[in-house]
Design a protein around this ligand. Sequence first.
Ligand code: NAG
Ligand code: NAG
Ligand code: NAG
Ligand code: NAG
Ligand code: NAG
Length: 769
Amino acid sequence: MEGASKWVLFLEACLIFSSLIISFGNYNVAAAKIKEERAERKLANDDQSGFISIDCGLPKNSTYIEETTSINYISDATFIDTGVSKMLSPESRVTHQQQLWHLRSFPEGIRNCYRINITSGTKYLIRASFLYENYDGQNDLPEFELHLGANLWDTVKLENASLSVTPEIIHVPSLHYISICLVNIDSGTPFISAIELRTLKDTTYLTQSGSLSRLRRFDLGSSSNRGYRYNYDVYDRFWLPRAYNKDWKSISTSFTPDSFSQNDYQPPEVVMSTAATPLDATASFDLSWNPDNAGSQYYVYMHFAELQKLPANESRAFNISLNGKYWYGPLVPKYLSTNTIFSQSALSGGQYQFSLYMTENSTLPPIINAIEICIVKDLLQSETEQGDVDAITNIKATYKVSRNWQGDPCAPVTYLWDGLNCSYDGNEPPRITSLDLSSSGLTGEIAPHISKLTMLQYLDLSNNSLSGPMPDFLSKLQSLKVLKLEKNNLTGSVALELLEKSKNGLLTLSVDENPYPCSSVSCKNKKNNIVIPIVASVGGFCILLFAAAAIFWIRKEKKSHETVYKYNGEAVNEVQMSKQGSKEFQNEVKSMLRAHHKNLLSLIGYCNEGDNMALVYEYMENGTLEQHLSFDCNNVLTWIRRLQVAIDAARGLDYLHNGCRPSIIHRDIKTSNILLDKKLQAKISDFGLSKSFETESCTHVSTEPKGTFGYFDPQYYKTKKLNRESDIYSFGIVLLEMITGRSAITRDLDHAPIHIIQWVGLDFWKWIL
Ligand SMILES: *[C@@H]1O[C@H](CO)[C@@H](O)[C@H](O)[C@H]1NC(C)=O
Ligand SMILES: *[C@@H]1O[C@H](CO)[C@@H](O)[C@H](O)[C@H]1NC(C)=O
Ligand SMILES: *[C@@H]1O[C@H](CO)[C@@H](O)[C@H](O)[C@H]1NC(C)=O
Ligand SMILES: *[C@@H]1O[C@H](CO)[C@@H](O)[C@H](O)[C@H]1NC(C)=O
Ligand SMILES: *[C@@H]1O[C@H](CO)[C@@H](O)[C@H](O)[C@H]1NC(C)=O
């Protein structure tokens, strides 16, 4: 096998190996995930799975089990950065459950928000609790707004200091988090005592649109006069007793808990074991409520279960009417079995009078065990698109933005985050279109998260202390029209796409007052003596093999020709492209017309009229490999990318040596002659010095040595015999440059030249070990 083909195979093996390492990494991540999921599933057997119980104001990292409910509460510290923790006086605590003892109050800021991660698309019962108990000594009951994400959920109006208010909503969040915000409306300091989330079954509390806010949830005919929640109720709903009505009486049963059969709503058995029935058996049982707002819409859920074992000659059957019109029936409740009757669509119209009346052949009056009445909450304002929220949240964290950035970034528009602008398009989620973080004391590099704000049109990061290279990723922002980066500490070149857009008037770009802004395509690339750190790379191990092989190759070369070349510090026969003479010109045209390969630069045309000589090549957007190896360059190539470039170049070389008949020896393989196209595919260029082997049998041609100092095969220099191995030698030097980031020739402190092979021989292993 010929040298260049060996390289192709070897480098491809390296690439496969690197990919394997990466997939192995992925496999480990997958395994860890499965483990996590298993742990979660185990948790799902726990009684309180699907519960998030937050005691607001509880000191950070504290947890406890509430005595009366056995609910496990946690501190709110991880869900919010603002507000101050307060506690009720010991005497006012005694009559309340422990989650109400602490509270968080918000003397600062208009909108303060909790951010709680949840599972999107899951039905949640979300409840907030507020108990004042004159915690601040002001004796002044506050009034404020409670927002769920971008929408008003409720106005919290406290009317009795020692009674808790507990607004509750059944809601299916569309994002993987919810924000609960307390909004100051100039009527006292907002505060909150507890936040509780419980997952519900998808089959329950169905609505045609909107979420459901609790108006009433009654345990009818209760004989205990006490409320029930967890752990009587698996979903921790609050059931209040409603026993006394002059026209009603209570009936109850004493069943064994096992015998009760439930439906998906699972009202607690203790609630279902009592029922209300009219005193006068022939009278109807009436339920009604006055709407707070004529436009309100309601859903009603009635829970029934027969509590008496009826003898054969008795029966209980009844119909339900709404505002005097038949609504449902006849209903015959089953013994100790929950049956839930609910409105299939929202009730509206402003009048809600339900009557339960026995059918003609029933011997017993109607009963009802429990009822829930909910108001429809249309949370019409959609929340900002999740990707934008994630990106801006990460940007906030990266730069520790100290502005009042809380809750939804774009909505409601009244509380739009300072420095943002958003697009609001009907029911579509708002998108962030503008980000102004100028003069904000930002340090570090430009955060990659910015590129995730895909609808961004305006980006101003000027007048900060941002450092590092001008990032490439900003060119991913397709809608970007204004980019202000001036007055920072940025270096490197601006991405070509951005320059192009700016040239075409599609982008207003300002990069002035940065130390080394390089705003032209031909950015000066200073070679750097610092070695690009190898360790971070996944393919690092492979690179070692790669290096070892390159060194071995070159050593082998050296060994077989004992005379090691000496550098006198001057260039030997260096031919610069720009000074190409007529011979080189014709030579190049001849070679190029013969050689066609995807890893060779294609000649498009040429002109040869007297002194006017020109070659027209395909355009290579990404310049030379040399530019990309420069440490200053912001397009530093990844290891995998380097391997691919090396494979491309090796393929091109292999084609010249073994694919072309007669073969071509390039004679000037170097990093500046390997060009990269738009997709970073490498192509070999500059055939000005190339030589053809005229015959198959020929192993070498004798010729005056030509090439570039540093890449020059010493054997060829000595013997003047040119063969394929001369190119392979140069290619080895290219590989070393790709690995180390050093030029073929560098100078030491005394300006003496150091060849990369010397450097590798002396320092490389020291550096690796
Ligand atoms: C507040 O509620 C408690 C308990 O229900 C009651 O005793 C008290 O009278 C109420 N106070 C006011 C001012 O309404
Ligand atoms: C059913 O039978 C019982 C006695 O077995 C009697 O007391 C009751 O009045 C009867 N009820 C009706 C509706 O006939
Ligand atoms: C009498 O009640 C039963 C249910 O108990 C019902 O199936 C039947 O249709 C009723 N008859 C009449 C005439 O209402
Ligand atoms: C730049 O930012 C500093 C504070 O970081 C501020 O004092 C100064 O006014 C800003 N200059 C301009 C031109 O905005
Ligand atoms: C700019 O960056 C250089 C290093 O890259 C640092 O020495 C210098 O202090 C920085 N200047 C400012 C104003 O941050």
